[in-house]
Every structure is written in structure tokens, then in C-alpha cells.
Design a protein around this ligand. Sequence first.
Ligand code: ADP
Ligand code: MG
Length: 491
Amino acid sequence: MSANERADPRWGDWEPVIGLEVHVQLSTRSKMFSTSSTAFGAAPNTQANAVDLGLPGVLPVINREAVRKAVQFGLAVGAEVNQRSVFDRKNYFYPDLPKGYQISQFKHPIVGRGALTVTLPGGEQRTIGITRAHLEEDAGKSIHDAVPGRTAIDLNRAGTPLLEVVSEPELRSASEAAAYFRTLHSLVRYLGICDGNLAEGSMRCDANVSVRRRGSNVLGQRTETKNINSFRFVEQAIDFEIARQIAVLEAGGSIVQETRLYDPDANETRAMRTKEDSDDYRYFPDPDLQPLVVSDQELEAIAAAMPELPTARRMRYVEQLGLTEYDAELIVADPDLAEYFEATAAAAGGGKAAANWILGDLTAALNRDECTVRESRVSSDQLGQLIQRINDGTISGKIGKTLFETLWNDADTRATVDGLIDARGLRQVSDSGAIETIVDDIIAANPKQVEQFKGGKDKVFGFFVGQVMKATQGKANPKAVNDILRAKLSG
Ligand code: ADP
Ligand code: MG
């Protein structure tokens, strides 16, 4: 699809341009430059030590695990990994930054240019350039609602390792930006480098937005909306900002380069401060840290240990397990769901039915009871067994659905599918002798309908099928019922 075909009628002659900066909290046990814990939820100010506070006389030490995770990310997006990178000091004053500077990589980031292929909501794929990804430390948190009338500071987060992933300004709509954010979220979880917990702030994004006349090649003036932590908010904030900028420009105004905040309650962005240029930060290499070197051996070891990535997994599901692209995409997006799927497919002896059940009945039940797939009340083993019993004709598909609900709602968690089938007498009746007897009775009891059928009213056939199913409580094998009915009614 060309850019013009993607044009959103809401924006008329304007084309949005979006670049995202995503902060990924790396899931290391200790901080970027100190030994204090990164665990979420501890009592305020219990997890910041002298290094995090920047007290005199202490020295930062680079966390190698964070480095390995950054390298893994670089390899996953096909980026050049810079085996020599440099930590700088980014100087600014803010109450939650006790050192007065943040250690970050500026001129020489660990990860250079790469790319991420994103599947858009309509199924179309686009490859978005990644400009760079650099290591840095997080700041503390300012808390505005803990102490009335004051701002409280919690420094537990200070020094937590972050990988900041910067995209090229190649996204063209809010939904593309959200899709990019989702894809990145899925990727870091597959890599195991971030827990992906958006609610706890493990991934936050800054959305840079500008608009320009369609067909123009120059970038418009942009604003940067900070710290968005949900897929939905990314989309809403960007849409709001696009509409706002277009209105300003069409009224003859101009866009000010500034930092804005998104307020989800009001669904609007508000100006926070005019944007600093990098000069304002007086970056310089941190004299306490040597350049970061990743040896050839280290790089090779990380490359050798790379897990299967979402793209490869999607292809495997399509090519080896017979899933549609669409189903594979849905399952792969969530590593927990993918794990459940693999276990179910293994237990069922095939992938196609497993995918249908997972995306149908299972997803519906999870949504209804608001639980995650890890909390599923039907295990992958149980679902696999259930599918097998449908495949081998022990139960009908329809009974299978009821059985699924039974497993979900009231069965003992240790209940086996076979046990329930026996205990509840759900076995499908495929024995043709038994079905014939029932069919004979029904034909004898309904002479009027038999006549109608013989007179060419084909629809009555459904009536007979219904009667047999009723008589067998839905347990008759539908194919056997069809065959026997056809034969007897036409005979
Ligand atoms: P900074 O760190 O000062 O925010 P960068 O130049 O590194 O600045 O850009 C940050 C992000 O802004 C990148 O994701 C980039 O793609 C995006 N960006 C830059 N210029 C524009 C623009 N005119 N419109 C939209 N996004 C932009
Ligand atoms: Mg920025």
C-alpha cells in the first residue's frame, strides 16, 4: 500500500509523521551501575544506595547482564552492535535525579541502526527503521499524591537499567505507532530482557509527532509527548496531537517544539516545557567509566544463545503446524499464549484445532473471567486431550464445547477429560445399530414429516436430525445420523 492509500480521511491533506522513543526496563536483579535491588514495589527509598544517590567517593560499575540484554536486543533487530560504546553524563536538575546527571549513552550507543517488522491491524507488514538503542539509568520517581500539598520522592527506581530504543520518523499513523509498540513489547518478552509490565512502568514511550502537507519531503516541527505506558494511550495521545497540530496550522499558527504530557482522563496532551536541545544537557563522557567493550567471544556467545524470535516462530506455526498467518500472529504476540498453544498442540497431536480452541473458547473464557492465560482454569493438557477425543470420535464437537465449559467452571482441577466423559456419559454414539433403532422409532412417530420429505421438502431433514440428537442427548455421531437418515428416508 502506498502512503496515499494509507491516508486517513480525518487528516485531509495532512500527513502525520511519528517517531517513538521506547524505554525498556531491563530485567536485571541489580541496577545499571550498583548492587542495589531493582525489585518493584519495595517500601520507598529502601533500594537506593550510595552509588545510585551519587554520593562523593563512590564509583559506578557496569552491570554486565544489562549489557548482554542490550546486545541480545541489537541482534534481534538485525542492528550493528557496537563493540565499543561510551557512557556520558546528561546533566540536568530535577528532584528525582539526586546526582544532577543521568548516565546515558549519547554519541556512541551500544546498538546502532536496525529494523523492526511490524504487522499492522489490517495484516499488512511494514519495516520500521530503528535509529539506535542505548543503555542508560532510570531516574527516581516524583510522587504527587502521597503527601498532601507536597511532592514526595522515591529513589528506588534511580539507577534501574534502561534500554532506550529510538525509531526513525517512519510511522505514519497512531495505529501504526501502537502496532510498533506492541511488536517491540512482544519482542523484549521473547528475548526475556524485560518483563513487559506496562502498568508497573517497565516499558514507557515518548511519542514524537509532526504533520506535513501530503507529498512533502521535509519534516514538520514536532512535539514530544512523554511517558505513555499503554498501547491504547499511545494511540489516543498521538491522534489527539495530530488533530491539535493540524488545527493550529490551519488557523495560521505554528507548532512550538515542546515536551507535552498526555492526560488519559481528559484524553488530551498538554504542554509541559519547551524542548531542550542536546546542548542544554552539556553531555560529556563520564570520567568514572571506561568505554564499554563487548569482546568477540562475548558477542558470539550471546548470538549462539539467542531464543527463537517471534518472526521465526510465526513462520514455523504457519509452515509446520498449518496455522493461518492471522492466527499465528495472534498467538505469537503473547509469549505466554504461545507457550500454552505449543503444549496444547503437542497434547492434541496437531496445531490447527488447538489454535481454533485457544482463539475461540479459551480466549472467550479468559476474557469473561478476566484472567491471564497463566491463570487458565483449563490446562493445556486438558485441552489437548479434549481435542484428541473429538478427533477420534469419542465425543462430538458440540459435546466438546460443553465439556470445555465443565472443565472451566466446575470440574476438579485434577479431573481428566476421559474421566469426565465416562462419569457424565458423554461418549458419542457411533454404533450404527443403536442409531438405526432410534431413527426407525422417529420415522414411525412422524409420518407427516416423512411424507413432506418424500414430497420434496428437503428442509424437513433437519427436523429429523434434531429429533435424533434430542433422543440421544446430542451424543449421536452426526455423520452416522446423516447417513442412516438419508438411507432410511429415501428407502
Ligand atoms: P531527542 O532525543 O532530542 O528527542 P532525536 O533527534 O533523537 O531527539 O529524535 C527522537 C525521536 O524523534 C526519534 O524517534 C525520531 O524518529 C523522532 N523525530 C525526529 N524528528 C521528527 C519529526 N519532525 N516528526 C516526528 N518525529 C520526529
Ligand atoms: Mg527525546
